[in-house]
Design a protein around this ligand. Structure first.
Ligand SMILES: [Zn+2]
Length: 464
């Protein structure tokens, strides 16, 4: 499949589809001399007076190991995270098993456990036994971007798992299918999971998530395209660039794609930051996890691996150098993503789990299956953070209520999580639920959302 032609085709399609009522709202707001946003998009005008003087940035680093991150920090290899920890606090982020990334990152975004938010893993099974990759339409609970957006705050969401098709938000969403080759890689992964499920046949399908543009609003697509071709964001050399060591083909191409995808996601986030300065930004970097499934064993204590199963030393050295460099690279990306943040802002860097070595097969593998791999990294900085503490425990389900409170918005009683007790923040009185906020997906227009927008227009005096 030619990725670039698919991309162009979808871009065109979304420009046609993306001009729904939100487009009308922009036009009306501008015609009334409304305060245009820097992108030419208008503020919806219902911005609530927020108690928060600052903005929130969450960087999700899938699979970043607590143990290895600490080792590299001790060796002075992760200067950005080390400085952030010194200025702020650290601890662990704690999921509930099974350790499947889509479940966990959706819990972060919704404050709910998988049984309540609806995303159980990679694959959902259709009535006829067909496996489908979970999509944003399968998420039953409202996410931070829905809630903050409905309160008039600007949001930016980049590459967050299971955000395709993108929802129309007050800000920008670039879905997790946008990076080149990611849709195919996700389908492959889902198909692998499906093979182990009873009564399931065939390759995983996209279902309703197929043929939808990756970016909402469509007017941001040019910026996304620019991020695809931008100059390198960091000075760290791509660990897989040397074709002598990592010849073309197979897994090595996959490794290079993984790096390109993290670079793309960070680049898009920088574009959103420059254009929108969102109150809430969520960025997801999956590279460390994807690479660790193949390279983790090289940074493991080799004594836990039976001698006959160990890789030759030169292989271990090459792989461990690459994974170490990749951690340094992600550290540098985080440096870029956080450079515009000040002391009043809140920055959270977290992973959804760590890694461990499975020695049961013919070759040892990097996995995240048991409680040994459960806790992920957590480094937080900014207003309300108890500086100097190293013992924070942040449950995934506590993220959403905590971030909402930090932003001056109420948590909801139907969330499974609570406001983290260590965060120094006034806790607004909780509301019952946010799950009545209507959602519009890119490429469709729901009557419910349309009527809400028309109500807003009436309130603003644009419509009689
Ligand atoms: Zn993984």
């Amino acid at each position: 499949m030619n990725e670039s032609s698919t991309w162009t085709e979808r871009s065109r399609r979304s420009i046609a589809l993306g001009m729904g009522l939100l487009g009308l709202l922009v036009v009306l707001a501008c015609s009334e001399g409304g305060e245009g946003h820097s992108t030419g998009e208008a503020q919806p005008g219902r911005r609530v007076a927020s108690a928060a003087p600052g903005r929130v940035l969450v960087i999700g680093v899938d699979g970043a190991s607590l143990r290895f991150t600490k080792q590299l920090m001790d060796r002075g290899r992760l200067p950005v995270l080390t400085k952030m920890m010194q200025q702020g606090a650290s601890g662990v982020s704690r999921p509930q098993g099974p350790l499947l990334s889509p479940r966990i990152w959706t819990s972060v975004a919704t404050g709910k456990l998988p049984r309540n938010h609806g995303i159980e893993g990679w694959v959902r099974v259709g009535d006829d036994g067909t496996p489908y990759l979970y999509s944003s339409r399968d998420r039953r609970a409202r996410a931070l971007w829905n809630i903050a957006g409905a309160a008039g705050m600007r949001v930016g969401v980049v590459n967050w798992l299971m955000t395709h098709p993108p929802e129309v938000v007050n800000g920008v969403i670039v879905s997790d299918h946008a990076a080149e080759g990611m849709e195919g890689d996700k389908l492959d992964m889902a198909s692998q999971f499906a093979r182990n499920m009873k009564g399931v046949t065939g390759q995983a399908q996209l279902g309703e998530a197929a043929d939808v543009a990756y970016v909402a609003p469509a007017s941001f697509e040019e910026r996304v395209a620019a991020a695809r071709n931008a100059a390198p964001l960091t000075e760290i050399e791509n660990p897989f660039a040397d074709r002598e060591v990592w010849p073309d083909g197979g897994l090595n191409d996959f490794f290079r794609r993984v790096q390109a995808n993290d670079e793309f996601a960070a680049g898009v986030a920088l574009e959103i930051e420059a254009q929108e300065r969102p109150d809430l930004m969520l960025v997801y970097l999956p590279g460390i996890d994807r690479l660790s499934h193949f390279l983790w064993v090289s940074v493991e204590d080799q004594s836990i691996i039976p001698e006959e199963k160990r890789w030759p030393q030169h292989v271990i050295d090459t792989q461990s150098k690459a994974l170490t460099t990749y951690y340094e690279y992600v550290d540098a990306l985080i440096g870029r993503l956080t450079e515009s943040r000040g002391p009043d802002d809140l920055v959270i860097v977290m992973s959804d789990h760590s890694f461990e070595t499975d020695v049961s097969g013919s070759h040892p593998r990097g996995v995240h299956d048991s409680a040994a791999a459960r806790d992920g990294i957590l480094i937080v900085k900014g207003r309300g953070v108890p500086q100097g503490r190293r013992d924070l425990v942040f449950r995934m389900i506590d993220m959403a209520p905590t971030l909402l409170s930090w932003l001056g918005l109420a948590p909801a009683r139907d969330m499974d999580g609570r406001v983290a007790h260590w965060m120094q923040v006034d806790q607004p009185e909780a509301v019952a639920s946010y799950d009545d906020i209507p959602i519009e997906y890119l490429g469709e227009s729901s009557p419910e959302v349309d009527s809400r927008i028309i109500e807003n227009l009436k309130e603003l005096g644009y419509v009689e």
